[in-house]
Design a protein around this ligand. Sequence first.
Ligand code: SF4
Length: 249
Amino acid sequence: MKTYLSEIFSSVQGEGPYVGERHLFVRFCGCHRACEFCDTVVDRTETVLVEKVPGSGQFEHVPNPLSIGQLVELIREVDHKKNNRQISFTGGAPLLQAGYLAELLPILKGDGHSIYLETAGDLPQQLKSIIEWVDIVAMDVKLSSVTKEKNTFPEHWEFLKICRDRNVEVFTKLVLSAETDEEEFMQAVKGIKNAGGEDTLVVIQPMTKAAKTNAVPAGEQLLRWQEMAGHLMPNVRIIPQTHKMLEML
Ligand code: SF4
């Protein structure tokens, strides 16, 4: 089995509650969504960029697609100093490659890694097929007023429920822009509470300026949304994309 990847590198986690932790990132090509704020290249690429010396900006081009054996070897090379306990799968949409992950993850767990899945949070069946090997799920809840796409709340709630039922650590992340519809936002917070329970962490991630939109939310909006959500959920944090501030991968 082979798949298309865009990047493999070691850096600090820039988003959510694990910000600052060292992660080895594996970025998949391909995504089934088209969020307006997306600045990630999701098209299939001829080669995967592998940064073997972290932070060096020097990339080796390895031809796509990659077999599971090739990817495991590259991960072992990038992690030769063994300082990346967490392997972060990101994209694109890693769950579009659930079959590939089902073969890969047990090998990485065998190497002592912990699996961190960054996901759009809307493919519950694919999640079910690999959840036994996943340690942490960083799950987006997408608002149509921000993505400019149809929202998929039923899939999000089924997805969140699977994580909770299987006792897998999960937190929710809502990217919010200046155009966030407050009614839709509160509908999302209620949905998170119903599906995941009151103790689910809600991360408000202020949208970063992107190619197609610069509707970055104002501080006043962010604080108001935190207060509004805080009436329903005790743990609501505002965490920006810190790696972009540092101009790191
Ligand atoms: S789900 Fe992520 S990768 Fe896909 S379009 Fe949205 S922001 Fe981009």
